[in-house]
Design a protein around this ligand. Structure first.
Ligand code: MTE
Ligand code: MO
Length: 466
């Protein structure tokens, strides 16, 4: 067999445009597909999204690739192999706390590198109901901890009960495995639209701080019962979670949910060790994270270190002094974080993923695509779409959705409509949930200093060309 040169993932990621040559990987093979880009049956744009990184998550989206002749065709373009060390985290520059972070897919749009915060490109977001793990949005406040799965222990503390220290094997074997398909959305999703009204503090998320996965793990309820949780007689207790991620002063990420939700079997709160049938990726909480369906992403604590039942909410900064909503007039001088409750269930949300703002679409028929979701398991019952800024409306078609129990996952939707050349359209979408809750028509009235809960009608201007 020929000897191929070895490359690191970082070197591969330098090759993202035809002028730098377009490289991709599959398994541990590196391919230079520059000459294939124009020949790609799905169009050059689609293959360029994978440029500089792994093909696997895209092939998961576009199943036509998973055929032997496609792999054979690819072999013609092989130029190298990944270095054997690539599987392991890069050797530590010990002064950089982020040096041990895992490699990421270059298709992600990075909002901040250290800590790592990134979202998938909007048009990829709605290609599949389940978001491939490599493209799932990532929201890290701190460096990704390195966890040795063999020595991992989860501490569980229940007042009046017994404390548990569970290994990964015990978590898998002692408790029935429960699966739940749930969308996670960051409270800051669509913050960039809020900062266009007036500046806000926070990462400038576009519409992609939301993704969906099939999670599997132990029910939190089962674990708390095993720890001897006694009836709290209607008192409002909380379950506090702490992550293994910490800052230079040893402060760890933490958050809490009401005990009532944790114990409600229909709320399906789990301690997940699998995501879309694979072990949790490092960025998403390896080896164990909480998944709280229907609740703001901030409570689904990753790299879970401890679970503690307490009469008070988590004392963490992110529970007490962040992730809360305020009146538009409240500024950083007047804000009192103790006055507002912590966000738990999120309001109804929707956004247009295709076409993109400013796009020129061909005359004839336009296809508008997007997602819609609501907190608390409230099913989206309808998505309305306007092509004229909200004067007239048409009902979008909701894509069939594998559903069981409550609607923890988003609904993807589509609308096709005739459009004439020369038109300037303002596409708008708004969703309605099972409680007939709707979205506000503009951002101004819901603006808040932290830029959270941004769920106004989503507006996308496009022009129609001949
Ligand atoms: N858990 C820990 N330990 N550390 C974090 O920084 N971020 C939270 C939550 N859990 C966070 C965490 C926030 S704000 C969100 S929106 C979700 O994780 C994002 O999950 P994801 O990165 O898997 O998409
Ligand atoms: Mo978040």
């Amino acid at each position: 067999a020929p000897q191929y040169p070895r490359y690191t993932r970082a070197e591969v990621s330098q090759h993202r445009t035809p002028s730098e040559r377009v490289w991709v990987t599959h398994g541990s093979d590196v391919f230079d597909v520059t000459d294939f880009v124009e020949l790609h049956p799905g169009g050059p744009d689609k293959i360029l999204l994978a440029a500089g990184g792994a093909l696997e998550p895209f092939w998961a989206l576009y199943a036509v690739h998973s055929q032997p002749h496609v792999l054979e065709l690819l072999q013609e373009y092989k130029v190298g192999e990944l270095s054997p060390e690539e599987a392991a985290p890069p050797p530590g520059d010990t002064r950089d706390p982020f040096a041990g972070d895992p490699p990421r897919h270059p298709a992600l749009r990075v909002n901040s590198l250290k800590p790592f915060n990134a979202e998938p490109p909007p048009e990829l977001l709605t290609q599949s109901f389940l978001t491939p793990n490599e493209l799932f949005f990532t929201r890290n406040h701190l460096p990704v901890p390195s966890v040795e799965p063999g020595s991992y222990r989860l501490r569980v503390e229940v007042p009046g009960g017994r404390s548990l220290s569970l290994s990964l094997a015990e978590l898998r074997q002692r408790f029935p495995k429960h699966e739940v398909t749930a969308t996670l959305q960051c409270a800051g999703n669509r913050r960039s639209e809020m900062s266009r009204v007036r500046p806000v503090k926070g990462l400038s998320w576009d519409i992609g701080a939301i993704s969906t996965a099939r999670w599997a793990g132990a029910r939190l309820r089962d674990v708390l019962l095993a720890a001897g949780l006694a009836n709290k007689n209607g008192q409002e207790w909380h379950v506090c979670f702490e992550g293994l991620d910490e800052d230079a002063s040893g402060t760890r990420y933490g958050a809490s949910i009401p005990l009532e939700r944790a114990m409600d079997p229909r709320a399906e709160v789990i301690l997940a060790y699998e995501m879309n049938g694979q072990e949790l990726p490092r960025d998403h909480g390896f080896p164990v994270r909480v998944v709280v369906p229907g609740v703001v992403g901030a409570r689904s604590v990753k790299w879970l270190r401890s679970v503690e039942v307490s009469p008070a909410e988590s004392p963490s900064h992110w529970q007490q002094n962040d992730y809360k909503g305020f009146c538009p007039s409240v500024d950083w001088d007047s804000v009192d974080f103790q006055k507002a409750p912590a966000i738990q269930e999120l309001p109804v949300q929707s956004a247009i993923t295709e076409p993109r703002p400013g796009a020129a679409v061909p005359e004839g028929e336009i296809t508008v695509r997007g997602y819609a979701w609501s907190g608390g398991g409230r099913e989206v019952i309808r998505v309305d779409v306007s092509l004229d800024g909200g004067r007239t409306w048409q009902e979008a078609e909701l894509c069939p959705r594998p559903q069981r129990g409550r609607a923890w996952a988003w609904a993807l939707w589509e609308l096709r409509a005739p459009v004439a050349a020369g038109a300037r359209l303002e596409l708008v979408c708004k969703a309605v949930d099972r409680g007939y809750n709707g979205q506000p028509d503009s951002v101004e009235g819901i603006w808040n200093l932290r830029g959270v809960l941004s769920n106004a009608w989503h507006r996308v201007p496009v022009t129609v060309t001949r």
